[in-house]
Ligand binder design. Structure first.
Ligand code: OAD
Length: 237
């Protein structure tokens, strides 16, 4: 085991691409077919809640048709081995899917929310559900009708757990970014934070991200191929 014991991995849509979940900004990505303003902002939800609910219902329904890929599984293996050695892997994900969990990882921070979490705006309760929600749906806690929205952080809203994420970066030995374009802040700025704290940094992505030049090292290729190789390197060092 190398001296690297405490690792923060930031993941984005690219890590789930080989599982069959579309990314956002690549050719064929979700934002080609859908307007961010319409489906990923509070204003879009206020203007047309049916459209927004059906967009996230479709994405939630897809979860049962996809499986974690070798990148998710390799990170779970790394988490387990680091724990055994007194280290820590923290996965900070921008993804709203559940593939890290199903790949076996446990220490996961969903900074942009989760498709399987719902938020009742009437009683301000969050609850897990894999069901589809419409304006006819009732909150299982307070029974209000049509008030349940996806527990997804939209543009213009504050990402979750920011203090916790920054504390993990402060305490890590290595910051790794996997499968994200680096187009959306604050996640895109974490590499600069890590560099400012003199942490080692590594990017694994299909194409150079927008902040590629901030990383000490960039490895270009598919996460499903490169992440298991990198994990073996760390565990064998
Ligand atoms: P993007 O779609 O912006 O970027 C996906 C990145 O993954 C690109 O840089 C691709 O090159 C890379 N990629 C694609 N396939 C890959 C593969 N097999 N292996 C490795 N890399 C691959 O997705 P995110 O960066 O996750 O937010 O987007 C960030 C946020 O923007 C999302 O969380 C979402 C979106 O709007 C909200 O909805 C709030």
């Amino acid at each position: 085991m190398s001296k690297i014991k405490n690792i923060v991995v930031l993941t984005g849509a690219g890590i789930s691409a080989e599982s069959g979940i579309r990314t956002f900004r690549d050719t064929g990505g979700l934002w080609e077919d859908h307007s961010i303003d319409e489906v990923a902002t509070p204003e879009g939800y206020a203007a047309n809640p049916e459209l927004v609910l059906s967009f996230y219902n479709a994405r939630r329904a897809q979860l049962s048709t996809v499986e974690p890929n070798p990148a998710h599984e390799a990170l779970a293996r790394l988490e387990q081995r680091l724990l055994e050695k007194g280290g820590l892997l923290t996965i900070v994900t921008q993804n709203v899917d559940d593939l890290h969990e199903r790949g076996g990882a446990k220490n996961i921070i969903h900074m942009h929310g989760e498709l399987l979490s719902q938020w009742c705006r009437a009683c301000d309760t969050k609850f897990k559900s894999a069901e589809a929600f419409t304006l006819e749906s009732h909150c299982p806690k307070c029974d209000a009708k049509g008030k349940v929205r996806p527990d997804i952080v939209w543009f213009g809203e504050m990402p979750y757990f920011m203090d916790t994420i920054e504390a993990h970066i402060l305490n890590c030995d290595l910051f790794v970014s996997i499968g994200t374009s680096g187009a959306v802040y604050p996640a895109a700025g974490y590499v600069q934070m890590a560099r400012g704290l003199n942490k080692q940094t590594l990017e694994i992505n299909l194409d150079p991200s927008e902040g590629s030049y901030f990383f000490h090292e960039t490895r270009l290729g598919k996460a499903g191929e490169l992440v298991p190789v990198w994990v073996d390197e760390i565990l064998n060092a």
